[in-house]
Design a protein around this ligand. Structure first.
Ligand SMILES: N[C@@H]1[C@@H](O)[C@H](O)[C@@H](COP(=O)(O)O)O[C@@H]1O
Length: 236
């Protein structure tokens, strides 16, 4: 893994933006996108830049089950607010968390990923090492699937909701195998509460117990960390 340590999320956002710009220059056409607070500084730099995605495709990692696209807490809403409204893509895909048949929706999403191989995938990481919504224990050969969120993820997400009972308990997520198919993966992490997950991801064993550790088996991963997220690494 290529590890870049920066001072803060703003600097990290700039480094992340540079990877998007370089990928575009090299002909990348399909971008895998993530939500959460982590990628926001990268999206801000992209929005402020002259990069043009009107010929590109985006495929998001995940979506909550049960939230409509116009619900302010949905990932669909997040993506429009933080990126798509300012930088429209030719086509943007997100899982439909309102689909009546979630298994069929997962299959539909896998076909979209298979038809549009992802050139650059941006990721954040959960405190328990999840990527997308692939919680600990998720099989490493998983494709898009329905997920029961762990209590720690529900608690972490509660900060975005007015009432705790409004936090969705389920999601649809791209699987670990789908993420591993991306040609280049960029994972960003900021803050001390990510330090344990980052240590496990980079220095621990490759194990389903810490989903992000699967990235050790990918040949083209860039990790952008601030000093706090990197603070538990033995070998900097
Ligand atoms: N499904 C998302 C992940 O894609 C994200 O990486 C994680 C961390 O969020 P944050 O970046 O806000 O710490 O939150 C959610 O679980």
């Amino acid at each position: 893994m290529n590890i870049i340590i920066v001072k803060n999320a703003v600097e990290g956002g700039h480094e992340g933006y540079k990877l998007f710009a370089e990928a575009k220059k090299n002909g990348a056409h399909v971008f895998g996108l993530a939500t959460g607070s982590t990628p926001i500084t990268t999206y801000q730099e992209i929005v402020a830049s002259d990069l043009d995605f009107s010929d590109s495709i985006s495929i998001n990692l995940d979506e909550y089950v049960g939230l409509a696209a116009d619900n302010e807490q949905s990932y669909n809403y997040f993506m429009h607010k933080n990126l798509f409204n300012q930088k429209p893509f030719k086509q943007s895909y997100l899982p439909n968390g309102l689909a009546e048949d979630l298994e069929a929706e997962a299959k539909r999403y896998d076909k979209i990923i298979a038809d549009n191989p992802i050139d650059l995938q941006i990721l954040g990481i959960g405190r328990n090492g999840h990527i997308g919504f692939n919680e600990p224990g998720t099989p490493q050969d998983s494709k898009t699937h329905r997920v029961a969120l762990t209590q720690s993820t529900i608690d972490a997400n509660a900060r975005f909701f007015e009432h705790e009972e409004d936090v969705p308990k389920e999601a649809l997520s791209m699987g670990l195998a789908s993420i591993m198919q991306s040609k280049h993966i960029l994972l960003e992490a900021y803050g001390e509460d990510k330090a344990d997950a980052i240590k496990g991801m980079i220095e621990g064993p490759n194990t389903p117990d810490l989903p992000a550790s699967i990235l050790q088996g990918h040949g083209n991963v860039t990790v952008i960390l601030d000093e706090a997220a990197a603070s538990k690494l033995t070998n900097k």
